[in-house]
Write a protein that binds this ligand. Structure first.
Ligand code: PMP
Length: 401
């Protein structure tokens, strides 16, 4: 819109109007005040970053292949890393060839590229209820018509998938997080996976499967991915952010042959390629089975923190608060007693020295204002106990005021 009053020469694109400041980032600014114990962030614990292994790998890359590591490189990504991704996914039940693997600058970039390639203005895009806020933000500038698929404690309900618009041109895709979903922590069981894929096939709605948390299971590895069941109808995304370090910005997308060239062209136009140095450094770290020892240490740490938070919630939350202890990942999802509004509660919690993320921004439509997300991975067990006790106190005071 041209601003006549200030005489600004700039006219914003429609899509810019669809870009909103991340509510979470705004909330994090408030919650990152000194003295606030924050359960709000979506950050992995920095205590899990394998700093020494990265130091050694950096030195090795700069010694063995400095010219290649510092030069422009192929848009597809570093060949040996693509082969590693394919081999790792195949060991988990998929059938992936390296030529279908595109290395991306975080899996967040994959969300942008997928929307760029698949979404026209006004096209239906289906999401879970609730869903990952960052995906809503990545898709929104392409002006989709979001459909919120009714979901329960295992994810999208198959009958609701069957009911999606599928007359041509139909729903472009269903975006789905089967493992330890952000924000709810829920996981899809084997039967639900089968039913979701069957419903999606029947409705001719392809799947975009996002799996940054799948390795972070506590007692039992999750069932095989949706992509293993319907490879030609599923785009699959993974990330090194939660098993190595998010600052590397390293993720990947595996696509069926029909989409691979288009995603590659979109990637090329977006940033030419993901940093060569990071790709080579990470490959150097993981090439000899490093993650097989490293990931179990993350699981053990997060499981202890999960247990601590579960216990603290049981002790301190008022009657009528609902939650289920997550079987992996980083988050608890709470539903507060009737009459509570999580957004309105946040300033009171911050004033008392604790923070959480209200659930509202994770809904494409009709938010449940009683919900909130709590991360358990960046606080120590003592801090978790104290933070949950404080939150419980704020909530009880609010309820009985
Ligand atoms: N998908 C989901 C569900 C996430 O929670 C995140 C990180 N918060 C991402 C994608 C993006 O991860 P990254 O870009 O770091 O790979």
């Amino acid at each position: 819109m041209t601003d006549k009053t200030t005489g600004s020469p700039w006219t914003l694109a429609h899509r810019a109007a669809r870009m909103n400041p991340s509510i979470i980032r705004e909330i994090l600014k408030v919650t990152e005040q000194p003295g606030v114990l924050s359960m709000a962030g979506g950050l992995p614990s920095p205590d899990t970053f394998p700093i020494e292994a990265m130091r050694e790998a950096s030195a090795k890359v700069l010694t063995d292949s400095p010219r290649e590591a510092l030069q422009y490189a192929a848009s597809e990504g570093y060949g040996p890393l693509r082969e590693w991704v394919a081999a790792t996914l195949n060991a988990q039940g998929q059938q992936v060839t390296p030529d279908r693997v595109l290395i991306t600058t975080g899996s967040q970039q994959a969300l942008d590229l997928i929307a760029k390639v698949l979404v026209d203005a006004g096209a239906p895009v289906a999401v879970e209820t609730p869903t990952y806020l960052g995906a809503l933000q990545a898709f929104a500038p392409f002006e989709p018509l979001f459909t919120s698929v009714a979901s329960d404690d295992q994810g999208p309900i198959p009958d609701a998938i069957r009911a999606l618009p599928h007359d041509a041109p139909g729903t472009r895709f269903l975006y789905v997080l089967p493992n330890f979903q952000n924000p709810t922590g829920r996981v899809m069981g084997e039967a639900r996976r089968q039913a979701v894929v069957a419903a999606a096939q029947a409705a001719r709605v392809p799947l975009v499967e996002d799996n940054p948390y799948g390795d972070l299971w506590f007692d039992q590895a999750p069932a095989a991915p949706l992509a293993a069941r319907w490879p030609e109808g599923t785009v699959y995304m993974g990330s090194f952010s939660k098993v190595l370090a998010p600052g590397l910005r390293l993720g990947y997308v595996v696509s069926p042959a029909a989409l691979t060239p288009k995603l590659l062209q979109a990637k090329q136009a977006a940033d030419l390629h993901t940093p060569s140095f990071n790709q080579r450094m990470v490959f150097e770290v993981i090439r000899n089975g490093f993650l097989d020892q490293h990931i179990p240490t993350i699981r053990a740490r997060y499981k202890t923190q999960r247990d601590t938070m579960a216990q603290a919630l049981t002790e301190h939350m008022p009657a009528g608060t609902e939650w289920a202890a997550p079987q992996g990942g980083m988050f608890f999802w709470l539903r507060l007693p009737a009459g509570c509004n999580a957004m309105a509660l946040l300033p009171k919690a911050v004033a008392a020295g604790v923070a959480f993320v209200p659930g509202e921004p994770f809904y494409a439509h009709a938010p449940d204002t009683r919900t909130m997300r709590l991360s358990f991975v960046t606080l120590t067990p003592d801090e978790i106990r104290y933070a949950v006790a404080t939150l419980g106190g704020v909530l009880k005071k609010h309820l009985f005021e």
